[in-house]
Write a protein that binds this ligand. Sequence first.
Ligand SMILES: [Fe+2]
Ligand SMILES: [Fe+2]
Length: 360
Amino acid sequence: MMSRSATRMARSMLGHVGPRYFSTTVVRGGAATEAARIGAAATIFRGHPRKVDVQPWMMRFSSVVGNRNASTLALGEKHQDQDDEMAESGGSSGGAAAGGGGGNDNNKEIMSYWGVEPAKITREDGSEWRWNCFRPWETYKADVSIDLDKHHVPTTFLDKMAYWTVKALRFPTDVFFQRRYGCRAMMLETVAAVPGMVGGMLLHCKSLRRFEHSGGWIKALLEEAENERMHLMTFMEVSQPRWYERALVFTVQGVFFNAYFLTYLISPKMAHRVVGYLEEEAIHSYTEFLKELDKGNIENVPAPAIAIDYWRLPPNSTLRDVVVVVRADEAHHRDVNHFASDIHYQGRELNEAPAPIGYH
Ligand SMILES: [Fe+2]
Ligand SMILES: [Fe+2]
């Protein structure tokens, strides 16, 4: 048991080291031992709010959240006088440090922060919702009645440039994938999920800079990005990327993200038109995919569970059903992006026309 003055001196020393370094040393564990040796551990580790044992794995985890610990500890400073009293009145400082329990419930000093408890979500039938990556209220039934053949005719120089850029990109894609449509779909979705995120991010920043609403376009574009990413999560279940395909995605993403970012900064009109034409190509690719499935060249395997839940498909759905709804999604993305480009063509800002949020 240390004296009160020793406790204050130890606390003063730790205060001079600063919360950041203090946190790091706690995480490494060595200083925790040191702190215990000088008697300061009594005020550091005692009283976890949830009375969770401080296990070695938690020490490792806390290396990730070290700075958060630091700020928490700094905020908990005001409780230390109360702790000192407890330590002097025979509180089990060493035992609390080792076991992590035994403190009072009002103590805000914690060793690690195990996040926020996820909400318990159930389906309509009461069974547990199994996906963390999306929630029941984000699922939908795709509108497969959408016109798949609509094509924006390029007339201006900018539109023709967008159109031929996309056509030029299709050539190497055809050569690389040929008729491996499952793999092709998976790889192209890694690219397709980028424009919505870039556009949404740039509109988000613009909204902040200009103190103005986005007209729903931030949400619409981020929805598109998320929807494309769900396409990828689905096709991952039926086609696993090989090492050189992963390397290709890495490279293509680096180039495409930056190219699209710059294009959007310079001309959002052109950027949205490019995506509109990319989506037209995606519709074509999925139509070819369906033809191969119908011919029996690609096995029509059962639909992945994630797809059944995301698009609210019947339980006995197949890969063909999934391709049909994904193709419908692409047609909706086509409309959204050509629409966005046309708004710019009219010399207006996107926020002057309401965005088609939830357009599936
Ligand atoms: Fe897609
Ligand atoms: Fe798309």
